[in-house]
Every structure is written in structure tokens, then in C-alpha cells.
Design a protein around this ligand. Structure first.
Ligand code: GDP
Ligand code: MG
Length: 344
């Protein structure tokens, strides 16, 4: 064991809600805190360690989503297998998996974070508000089984109310928090998201203040609760950039993304529940809300009940998802053909 040992509960284990596991001797559970290409950094009751996926687990992994990701709970060997790194033998089932389309030509998923309870989508008044990007983030979070909140940071610098007004009048229904990482205004509502060992991941454009918010939450919680617990170990261990333990929960700071391509559309109906409500009135059940007669959605737009830009955003995402489905079909057909050719 090394000095950075952190209990599973401090890492948010109780949120899994799935009972105890019987592990063979020599194996333990940790959480993935950093992901490198093909290697991982783990943190748990046995301390910090570097890890690789065991060859059997690698053999079993068919899909990119079968590999460990930041936030995962993994079973691994206590002893290193190559003098340095331990072997991950199993990725435990996830209660959420926030996934986007990986960059590159092939239609493949990339797990942004596993077992995230809340995705905090951060904006700030000193940057242009990109509603389309926010809606993409919302669909991504909710489609992955996480909840989402919008955080308007830097309210000391500019008019946060104006941003909130734009989002709500557009039809965005998710909770909006107004904060200033600089002055501390509104930070307690943000800190509340961490209650009960919750994992909160911060996302949003570069420069909106994600890292400052995370640092402030870590700093405040250290001040509020004392940096040292009864056993003398740091309770609020700062562990690299990606995953930090603080304030009774777990924070994940992500690098800013300027674009985000969807991997699944499961969250679409919930994020665009306004559009879905109008769609009930469409004449055709498979209406595309573009040029069909008696379309409830276009009707709402014409009456001024539905923001045209919001509708455009919805239609763009629908289009992207149907193209993605075709690409996936084609990709899988090609893969099957290649496999069959190898076998014959
Ligand atoms: N005035 C003000 N500046 C802030 C606030 N939060 C962050 N900043 C500044 O914004 C800049 C970008 O912050 P950073 O946390 O690196 O953004 P990130 O790229 O989203 O992680 C830094 O210069 C911060 O000091 C805030 O609430 N108010
Ligand atoms: Mg940052």
C-alpha cells in the first residue's frame, strides 16, 4: 500500500448500490482516475498505481466501450505484472456511460467518462453562447444515463441572467446554476451536487473556468472539513488533473471540447421534450418535421411557440444520428465481410 490510499467510499463506491463483491485472493478494486493510450492510473484502498488491461480481458473486449475509462471501477491484481504496472482483470458494470463519437473516419464510440452522476456543462458570459453545442452536451449526458446541469460561471464578469434567459426562453428545461468561481457566489449549490459520494464531471469550452471551479470546490471543501482525517491521511487527495476526491464526492475535470459528435440519441426526446410534445399533433407518425402537411412541430414554429433555432438544432441532431446509423451499418458489414474472407 502507498501513501495515497483512498477508501472506496470516498471514491463514490456507495453510489453503485450493487452489493459486495467476492474477489479472489490477490485482487482488489480501484477506480480509474486517468486514462492514457492503453494504460491507466488507478486509485483505491491500495493506493495509487499504474495499470494495463490483462491479456484475457483484452481478448474479451470487442468494442471500444469494453475498455476501461475514467470513472470506471475495475478489479485488478495487487502485484505488478511487469515490475511496475498491475493488471486490470475486469471492468465492473457501469451505472452510466457518457459517450461521444470518436474523432476519425470510422464510426466508433469513445467513453468520455464512466459512472458519472451529473455532467456540469459550463458556460461563461465572456464567451459566445453556443446553444447548439449545449444541446449536444445535454443529449450526450442524458443519453448516457447521467443527469445534466448548466453552470453559468463568471457571473462577476458579465450578465449571467441574460444567458439564463436565452436558454430558458429557448426551451432548455435543465437546472441552471449561476456561479462565480472567483467570488464564490452560488458555489454552495454546485457543491451540493457532490453530496452522497456523487461523481460530477465538468465540461464545456476551453476558458469558461472548469478547472477554476474544480479547484475552488476542492479548496473550499478542504477548508471546510480539514485536510487531514483521523488516520492522518489527506481526505481530499488531489489526484492528477482528471479525477479528484473532494467535498464528499468526486470531481472530473475534462479538457474543453470545441465540438462534440453524438454517439447515441437516447437523450434526444428528453432534452427536446418541447418538440416531442408538438410532434404528437403531426398527421404522420413518422413525420420528419421538414415539409410534411399538418406537421405539429412546424405549426408551433410558425405560431411562434417553438424557437426556430431550437428546431434547427433538433433536426440537425436527428439527421446526424440517422447518418451515423447508416455509417455503423456499413462499417459492420465491411467488418463481417473481412472476417468471413479471412476464415474462408
Ligand atoms: N472573473 C472571473 N474569472 C474566472 C472565473 N472562473 C475562472 N476565471 C478565469 O478564467 C480563465 C480560464 O479558467 P480555467 O479554469 O482555466 O478554464 P477552463 O479552460 O474551462 O478549465 C482563468 O484566467 C481564470 O482565472 C470567475 O468566476 N470569474
Ligand atoms: Mg481546464
Amino acid at each position: 500500500m502507498n501513501s495515497s490510499a483512498v477508501s472506496l467510499d470516498l471514491l463514490g463506491w456507495q453510489r453503485r448500490n450493487s452489493g459486495d463483491l467476492q474477489l479472489p485472493a490477490g485482487q482488489v478494486i480501484s477506480r480509474v482516475v486517468v486514462e492514457h493510450r492503453g494504460a491507466y492510473e488507478l486509485l483505491g484502498p491500495h493506493g495509487w498505481c499504474e495499470a494495463v488491461l490483462d491479456s484475457v480481458a483484452r481478448e474479451r473486449a470487442d468494442e471500444p466501450t469494453d475498455y476501461p475509462a475514467v470513472g470506471d471501477w475495475v478489479v485488478h491484481t495487487v502485484e505488478p505484472i511487469d515490475n511496475r504496472r498491475v493488471a486490470i482483470v475486469e471492468v465492473l458494470p457501469r451505472h452510466s456511460m457518457v459517450t461521444r463519437r470518436a474523432s476519425g473516419a470510422a464510426p466508433l464510440p469513445q467513453v468520455v467518462g464512466a459512472n458519472i452522476d451529473t455532467l456540469a456543462i459550463v458556460t461563461s458570459p465572456d464567451q459566445d453562447l453556443d446553444e447548439h453545442l449545449i444541446e449536444r452536451y445535454l443529449v450526450t449526458a442524458i443519453g448516457g444515463g447521467a443527469s445534466a446541469v448548466l453552470v453559468i460561471n463568471k457571473t462577476d464578469l458579465g450578465d449571467g441572467d441574460a444567458i439564463r434567459g436565452r436558454l430558458t426562453s429557448r426551451g432548455v428545461e435543465q437546472q441552471i446554476l449561476m456561479v462565480s468561481a472567483k467570488t464564490g457566489d452560488g458555489m454552495s449549490a454546485l457543491a451540493n451536487l457532490l453530496a452522497g459520494g456523487a461523481t460530477v464531471a465538468f465540461t464545456g469550452a476551453s476558458g469558461v473556468g472548469k478547472s477554476t471551479l474544480v479547484n475552488r470546490l476542492v479548496g473550499d471543501s478542504v477548508l471546510a472539513t480539514g485536510a487531514v482525517d483521523d488516520e492522518g491521511a489527506g481526505r481530499h487527495t488531489t489526484v492528477r488533473r482528471e479525477l479528484l476526491v473532494a467535498g464528499g464526492g468526486v470531481l472530473i475535470d475534462t479538457p474543453g471540447l470545441r465540438e462534440l459528435q453524438l454517439w447515441n440519441g437516447k437523450g434526444l426526446d428528453q432534452v427536446f421534450s418541447d418538440v416531442v410534445r408538438f410532434a404528437v399533433r403531426c398527421k404522420f407518425a413518422d413525420c420528419s418535421h421538414r415539409d410534411e402537411p399538418d406537421c405539429g412541430v412546424v405549426g408551433a414554429r410558425v405560431r411562434g411557440d417553438l424557437d426556430p433555432d431550437r428546431l434547427a438544432s433538433y433536426l440537425e441532431l436527428c439527421h446526424e444520428l440517422s447518418e451515423l446509423e447508416e455509417e455503423i451499418d456499413e462499417y459492420q458489414r465491411t467488418r463481417r465481410r473481412r472476417r468471413d474472407a479471412r476464415r474462408s
